[in-house]
Design a protein around this ligand. Structure first.
Ligand SMILES: *Cc1c(COP(=O)(O)O)cnc(C)c1O
Length: 435
């Protein structure tokens, strides 16, 4: 496979942008090799600058649920752009997207649009603190909620509960009120509430932990987390930036029958343009300025292009059979991968829900990954890297990291899935690392 143009562009990019990219995982750091520079996306495919074509399971890290350059989205955006790209004044489009989201997620009674998932999560925490008058927040090891200071807290074991920052540049004072617990571990969360119950403003959780690979919640775990929040008067914040309109059309909250106080959204809600949102109960959202006194603003928030891409994407996604079709093909893909790996005797943990999936290569055949500690202990990152490159050579673009989820779109036809599974079979048969 010729990648000379990508190599040249990456070399130049590294002199211009830190690490050559504008978001770290894109640099292929954990799998090695040269990131592909993309020229265009079309349906299920990415085309790179060297003329190679890939079936895309990253889909811009989730947003492109209809596939790239979906005709309806392109058409509505083309029309919108002629009317101007941003006004900094209200539009009917904002009402329409709000109504569409609320129709799909009835626990959201009012919503505020922002420009990224990061913004949504940090604003949701400010709101929870404003509403409760409390300072402490709880997050879970290995869950990612964007790069706001107070959420960049080291994952894992005892020291984590001290809220030590994860990144240089984050002052310990900013994370001093961030408590962490292991995902899927209810007793650990109970212990935090017993020790700090009166001070905890909110618990923020990814309903499916999909930023440490793909970890499903244990049966009734999320309901219990919500119940603990209610008992102690803390807000239950579901970060559905990734799972929203993916775990189910109505998000993980509809699939697991949850009643979040605040929901964070991003990714799919912008249909490939920068949109995030937080929303929830009317009496909570009433704190947000200018209805209330909790300040939060955005120059480009709710701009007509972003609203148009989101609205069209959700309308198409919610139309007859579209979402369920993607769900079926996601199951087909996950089952297929499990079968191929099983026949080969390669130990893997494959998960899927809605239109998302995950694949861990396991260091031990019987290992079960249920949280961040077991993900770090049992995931075979070297094997994943080898598999990633074999798939890339065969024209399948998976996430360039073992600790990311995969995504399927409406453009991934049966044929695309079959081609993918054939590539998996060949990649595995020739051996991953030893060959
Ligand atoms: C991607 C992601 C974010 C951050 O969203 P950005 O738009 O990248 O800022 C937050 N939470 C979850 C669960 C995510 O997957």
């Amino acid at each position: 496979m010729n990648t000379s143009q990508s190599e040249a562009l990456f070399a130049r990019a590294q002199t211009l942008l830190p690490g050559g990219v504008n978001s770290p995982v894109r640099a292929f750091g954990s799998v090695g090799g040269t990131p592909r520079f993309i020229e265009r996306g079309e349906g299920a495919y990415l085309h790179d600058v060297d003329g190679n074509r890939y079936i895309d399971y990253v889909l811009s890290w989730g947003p492109m649920v209809l596939g790239h350059a979906h005709p309806r989205v392109v058409e509505s955006l083309t029309e919108a752009v002629r009317r101007g790209t941003s006004y900094g004044a209200p539009t009917a489009l904002e009402n329409q997207l709000a109504e569409q989201v609320i129709a799909l997620m009835p626990h959201i009674e009012m919503i505020r649009f922002v420009n990224s998932g990061t913004e949504a999560c940090m604003s949701a925490l400010r709101l929870a603190r404003a509403h409760t008058g409390r300072q402490k927040i709880v997050k879970f090891a290995g869950c990612y909620h964007g790069h706001a200071d107070m959420l960049l807290v080291q994952a894992g074991s005892g020291v984590a509960t001290l809220g030590l920052p994860d990144s240089p540049g984050v002052p310990p004072s900013t994370t001093a009120n961030t408590l962490t617990a292991p995902y899927n571990d209810l007793p650990a969360l109970e212990a935090l509430f017993e020790a700090h119950g009166d001070d905890i403003a909110a618990v923020m959780i990814e309903p499916i932990a999909a930023n440490m690979g793909f970890v499903m919640p244990h049966e009734s775990y999320l309901q219990s987390v919500g119940a603990l929040c209610r008992r102690y008067g803390a807000l239950f914040i579901l970060d559905e930036v990734m799972t929203g309109f993916r775990a189910a059309l109505g998000g993980a909250q509809s699939a697991f029958d949850l009643q979040p106080d605040i929901t964070c959204l991003g990714k799919v809600i912008g249909g490939g343009l920068p949109v995030g949102a937080y929303g929830g109960k009317r009496e909570i959202m009433a704190h947000v300025a200018p209805a209330g006194s909790m300040y939060q603003a955005g120059t480009l928030s709710g701009n007509p292009l972003a609203m148009t891409a989101g609205l069209t994407t959700l309308q198409v996604l919610a139309s007859d059979g579209v979402f369920n079709g993607i769900v079926e093909r996601t199951a087909q893909l996950a089952d297929g991968i499990r079968t191929v790996m099983g026949a080969d005797g390669t130990p893997v943990q494959v998960g899927h829900m809605g239109t998302m999936f995950g694949l861990y290569f396991l260091k031990e055949a019987d290992a079960q990954i249920t949280d961040f500690a077991t993900a770090k202990r049992y995931a075979d990152t070297a094997k994943y890297a080898a598999f990633f490159h074999k798939m890339l050579e065969r024209g399948v673009y998976l996430a360039p990291s073992q600790f990311e989820a995969g995504f399927v779109s409406a453009a991934h036809t049966d044929e695309v899935i079959e081609t993918t599974l054939a590539a998996v079979t060949v990649a595995i048969q020739r051996g991953l690392i030893d060959a």
